[in-house]
Design a binder for this molecule. Sequence first.
Ligand code: EPU
Length: 416
Amino acid sequence: MEKFVIRGGKPLAGSIRIAGSKNAVLPMLAATLLTRDVCTITNVPDILDVRNFLQILKNLGCEVSIKGGKVQIRAARLVSTRLDSRLGSSMRASVLLLGSLLARSGRVASPYPGGDLIGVRPIDVHVRAFRKLGASVVLRKRGLHIQTSKLRGAELFAESSVTGTENIVLAATTAAGRTVLKLAAQEPHVVELCRFLVAMGASIQGIGTHTLIIRGARRLRGASVRVIPDMLEAGSFAILAAATRSELRLRDVEHSHMDAVYHNLLEMGVPFDRAGSDLILHKPRQLTACTIRTGLYPNLATDLQPPFGVLATQARGTSIIHDWIFEGRLGYLKQLRRMGAKAQILDLHRALIEGPTKLGGATIESLDIRSGMTMVIAGLVATGKTIIVNTHNIDRGYEHLPERLQAIGADIQRIE
Ligand code: EPU
């Protein structure tokens, strides 16, 4: 099993290009099943979740070509409607293939989606919607079977679930008649999926709002799309710069997706400038404690709560964390405590962090994608040697992380 070994405690300098968004590209890959034509997706990040997703598509019969960040997929003839159980259960996003395969082939068999251990992560929103669209859903111990003779538009509630909204949209674009989807999620990756589907010939009104109206199209065609920059990567690297007191330039940032991150950085005393699509982080003089409260977009993404948590260990005063979205996203604080952080977990959703504290190297675990990145930031802040185990989590969502950090002066090695 691979580990990262970090010798931290020194400022970094240079620039990092922000990769394409993981949570935007995965639903787009699922959408390519809705047409027999070629779809071209550029700015695709080279991360484990994308590689595994493409392998699932190949197993289903898709022709896949990958050149740099350009991926072309042609789902002319599918050979299976059953998802590989190991790959399917390795990530949450495999759930998106339920909607697209159901729309394409009228049936799908799948393991329960896996991914980060950040809470219970039920799929009741997805299942209710498929049933209302006219599918039968059988839930077995080892997975689910869904089938339909014909999907028909309906009035549905997505309960602000991100992949729930995406799945319903994928299933409804070719369903007969009109689907009205209320309480839809508004995250930029949901918007980008809808725009891609419109380019493929789908009719979707209300994109970017909480109510989507979808009129079923008879046939979708191939289309091309460039994946938006990953706002979670941009947020993570901005926090990394502030926590290590570095001067860093982030390239290819979509500023309009960053309001909540910028608000929290300013609250904590992190100076920065924008120059075109670059974000320039300056060395903070003093970091100040603040309230880190997560929410639905455009509020602060739950995924950035753990990185902000490590920044709070370097800030003067008591920071309050309130993350109501998942009930397992504070576990990283136990790891940080082993490095010297003063963090009190109040309940499943709330914690207090007192700072500033000096962090010292330790052997710690990457619990999920975002807490893994958080451990890397902590290791770069800490004096001495930090060993991070379970790093495959980090590779699921961050492209070539050690190599990109080495380029800005970090002492981080990947070892077997
Ligand atoms: N929920 C239900 N029932 C459902 C679905 C969700 O009760 O059927 C609840 C969840 O338990 C949670 C809340 O609704 O309390 C929000 O979950 P949501 O469905 O929005 O999350 P998701 O779609 O499973 C996506 C991202 C996550 C990100 C969340 C929240 C992808 C592939 N995953 O997950 O990203 O944290 O939205 O924004 O888009 C990551 O990238 O590291 C990651 C975990």
